[in-house]
Every structure is written in structure tokens, then in C-alpha cells.
Design a binder for this molecule. Structure first.
Ligand code: ATP
Ligand code: MG
Length: 441
């Protein structure tokens, strides 16, 4: 099987070969090429030492990206290509970083240190595919398998536990039995890995095509990162709209939503407040009053702890806080919702609500159509420039001062005027608003 390699990448390989070195594309780009996906970038692995690579490309721009780890970035036709010397990782004592990095003259050494068989293939147009660990066969049988003994590999670097789960979600591949067993058994080692790296892999996992099976099948691992989900796992909602327990429902909701980080984080955590808000009524139906507010508060804490950037934390919490609005395609309702969350967050909120309803009893699918229609209506409201915020009012703070209001009262009156406009109690014209404002003396 041949792989089409971009011309500039080929040139780098040829140049290294012309100087007597071996060079291959390796890792993600080989995997993605076999899957028919366009690789994000092409990494090259070579027998040349970093100094030799630098010398080889002394006529192009070269960046010493990570010389210590063997990586030199060669700028070829304006694009950065990472060229890394064949490496053997030394002992891992902290479960994070190898103590030493040794360079090698043997490609197999370099492939053996890689995490998964599908990520441990190298390719060179002249030599063809080098696949000592059965990566191609695992790609075709859609399996995630560690290179070597999974328990040993996870002990070296526990991030690989998350990477196995992440690739399973991204590619929709099953994690092979031995690797899966080690994921469960070695999960506690994740505490050695920095929160940023764990969150980064968790984000990629959530953004994958098949996160549901990973979230439900490896909920024990997710519980270590987010202990708050423990009470959601298996929690029976006792509610006719729900066919799944809280955690399974959340996993379905993530999978059935558009792949945007805040939307998927919100769906992951949208019902996290439910177990604490659970009440059974006399007929035996479960209710969860206030779970959206509690969920928003809990999520803010969780996402901060996971070191997500502040804007992601705030937006996600906001989406959770408002996810429990009953979908009604009515002018007033949509205007109210727009006023409450703002133009920018309304559309992601509708996506959250769609994901939520797609993960319930099939009778809730009707609501997805209502939410679509609400989105259409919101677009019209915005296009027509209808009033949805204080700044849209045809009167200002100065007008209120002119009427005789002062201090905090000015803001209060403007807020009340906005409410009145949203409720169709007055038109948004200068004269009518000035008249209406007099009620608030
Ligand atoms: P992506 O498309 O998400 O970038 P990738 O496979 O290129 O996927 P990277 O994180 O860019 O993933 O890593 C490049 C390669 O380095 C991997 O394909 C794998 O061979 C190797 N690798 C990365 N992280 C590890 C790790 N923690 N342990 C062992 N090998 C790793
Ligand atoms: Mg990569």
C-alpha cells in the first residue's frame, strides 16, 4: 500500500537519505493516511543525530525545537516539519518523563517506545511500510492495542491510559482485551500525570466520534478525574422521559451533539447535580428541582480543577445553568432566552438542549424539532434587530436622569423597561418608554 506524501516532506526524506541516513514518516500521519484521513502534520524519524540533521539542512531555516529530545524543526516550503532522531526512552521513574533519552541508529528502537500499535508504523516511499507490531492489522480490525506489555507501558507513562481511551473515541475502535484490562487496573497511576495533560486528552476524547462507549465502559477511569460523576453512574431517574441512568444518559448526550468543546463539556456535566436534587413524588416519579443551578456551580469547580481556561469554564457553566428550559417555539420565549443568555451563547445552548433530548425516550425527539425552529426564530429576531438587551432600548440612562431617577434606581428602571418590552407590555419607542418609566417612581 502506497502513501501519498506531500512534496516538501518527501524532499526532507530524500535529503537525509542522500547524506546516508535513514528517514521515515512516522506515527499519526501514517495511521491517518491508512484511514484515508488527511494527516494534521507529518513527523519524520531519522537515524541522523540532531546535529547531523542541522548540518544536512544548513541551507534552510532550522529551529532547535527540542534538541535534547532529538527534535529539530525543518522549515520546508514555508511549512514546519519535525525531524526527530530515533530514540530509546530511558527508565521512567515518575510515570511521566523518561529519566534519559538515548539516540539510536535502529528504527525498531524508536517504534518500540511508541504507545499504540496503530501509532507505531513508519513509512518511506522507497522502503515501504515498517510495521513490526501489527499496526496495520489493528487498524483494519479497528482495535486499540499497546505496543508491548500494556501494564509496563502504562507504568512508564500513565498518560497512555488516557491516550488509549482518546483514540478509541476518536476512531470508534474497541480497546483490545489485555490493553483494556490494564487501563482499568493501572488507572490510579493517572494521579502522577499533570492535570493539563489529562484534560487535554479528556477534551479530545469528548470531541471524538464515539465517546459514549468509552465514557460508559471506562467510567471508573473518568471517576478518578471527576469523582463527582460517581453518584451519577447507575442513578435511576425514575422518570418516564428517561430510559437511561444519569451517567449513561450524559454519555449518549455527548455523542449526539455537535463537536464543540463547551457544548460537549456541558453535556458531560449537565446533570451532575441530579443525584443531590432527587425527590420522588407520591406517584413514584423522580424530580430534580434546581439541578441545573447546582450542576452549573459544581461544573465550575470541576472545570477549574481540571485547569480549563476561564472562558471555557464560564461558558460551560452558563450552558448548564440554562439547559433545563422547556423548549417552546414562541416569539416571547425565544426573545426571553436571547435576553437571558445573549446572542453568542443561545445557539450553543440550543445544541446542548438538542443533545440532551436526543439521549432520552424517543418521544423527546419532537423537542429537537422545536429547538431547531427556535434557532430559526432567534436568527430572525436578531436580523430584525428586535430589542433583547438594555442597549437596544430606545431610551438611555440619561433619559432616566432627566425623568428624575438617580443612582442604582436608573439601572433597575432600565431593566424593568427591558422586561416590559420583552413581555410586549410596551413598544420600544422613546415616547412609550418614557411614559412607562413614570410607573416606577
Ligand atoms: P494526533 O493526530 O492527535 O496529533 P498523533 O498520533 O500524531 O495524533 P501525537 O501526540 O502528536 O499523536 O504524538 C505523535 C506520536 O508520538 C504518536 O503517534 C505516538 O507514536 C508517539 N507518542 C505520543 N505520545 C506518546 C506517549 N505518551 N507514549 C508513547 N508514544 C507517544
Ligand atoms: Mg500529532
Amino acid at each position: 500500500m502506497n502513501i501519498d506524501i506531500p512534496r516538501n516532506v518527501c524532499q526532507v526524506i530524500k535529503k537525509l537519505e542522500s547524506q546516508g541516513f535513514e528517514a521515515y514518516i512516522v506515527g499519526g500521519c501514517v495511521r491517518d493516511s491508512f484511514l484515508g484521513k488527511t494527516p494534521k502534520d507529518y513527523d519524520i524519524t531519522t537515524s541522523a543525530s540532531p546535529e547531523e540533521v542541522k548540518k544536512c539542512f544548513d541551507d534552510c531555516a532550522v529551529i532547535e525545537t527540542g534538541i535534547k529530545h532529538g527534535t529539530v524543526t525543518v522549515v520546508s516550503e514555508g511549512e514546519n516539519i519535525e525531524v526527530t532522531t530515533f530514540r530509546i526512552d530511558g527508565e521512567y521513574n515518575d510515570g511521566r518523563h523518561p529519566e534519559t533519552v538515548k539516540f539510536s541508529k535502529n528504527l525498531l528502537d524508536d517504534l518500540s517506545r511508541r504507545d499504540l500499535t496503530i501509532n507505531a508504523m513508519a513509512y518511506n516511499p522507497r522502503v515501504g511500510l515498517i510495521d513490526n507490531f501489527g499496526g496495520q492489522s489493528d487498524l483494519f480490525s479497528r482495535r486499540i492495542v499497546c505496543v508491548g506489555d500494556p501494564a509496563v507501558r502504562f507504568k512508564e507513562d500513565a498518560l497512555r491510559i488516557m491516550r488509549a481511551m482518546r483514540f478509541s473515541s476518536e476512531l470508534g475502535f474497541e480497546i483490545e482485551e489485555n490493553t483494556a484490562e490494564a487501563v482499568h487496573k493501572m488507572k490510579e497511576l493517572l494521579s502522577n500525570v499533570s492535570m493539563e495533560r489529562v484534560s487535554d486528552e479528556l477534551s479530545k476524547l469528548l470531541m471524538g466520534e464515539s465517546p459514549r462507549n468509552v465514557l460508559t465502559g471506562y467510567s471508573d477511569v473518568i471517576s478518578l478525574i471527576i469523582p463527582e460523576i460517581k453518584s451519577c453512574i447507575g442513578f435511576d431517574q425514575c422518570n418516564r422521559y428517561h430510559i437511561y441512568d444519569v451517567w449513561t444518559h450524559s454519555a449518549y448526550a455527548v455523542e449526539h451533539s455537535v463537536p464543540e468543546l463547551e457544548i460537549r463539556l456541558a453535556l458531560l456535566l449537565h446533570d451532575i447535580g441530579k443525584p443531590n436534587c432527587f425527590k420522588l413524588d407520591d406517584e413514584g416519579n423522580g424530580h430534580f428541582f434546581g439541578h441545573e443551578k447546582l450542576g452549573a456551580e459544581m461544573s465550575e469547580k470541576i472545570l477549574k480543577r481540571l485547569r480549563f481556561p476561564n472562558d471555557v469554564v464560564e461558558r460551560t457553566a452558563k450552558l448548564i445553568k440554562y439547559h433545563y428550559v422547556t423548549p417552546v417555539n414562541d416569539q416571547k420565549v425565544v426573545r426571553r432566552l436571547l435576553a437571558a443568555v445573549g446572542e453568542e451563547d443561545l445557539f450553543p445552548l440550543l445544541e446542548v438542549m438538542k443533545g440532551d433530548n436526543r439521549a432520552k425516550h424517543s418521544s423527546c425527539l419532537e423537542r429537537v424539532r422545536v429547538l431547531e425552529a427556535m434557532g430559526e426564530r432567534a436568527r430572525e429576531i436578531i436580523e430584525q434587530g428586535m430589542c433583547i438587551k438594555i442597549a437596544d432600548l430606545k431610551v438611555s440612562g440619561n433619559d432616566m436622569i432627566e425623568l428624575g431617577f438617580s443612582g442604582a434606581k436608573i439601572g433597575e428602571v432600565l431593566k424593568s423597561l427591558l422586561d416590559a418590552v420583552l413581555d410586549d407590555k410596551t413598544n420600544n419607542t422613546y415616547d412609550e418608554l418614557m411614559e412607562y418609566a413614570k410607573k416606577f417612581f
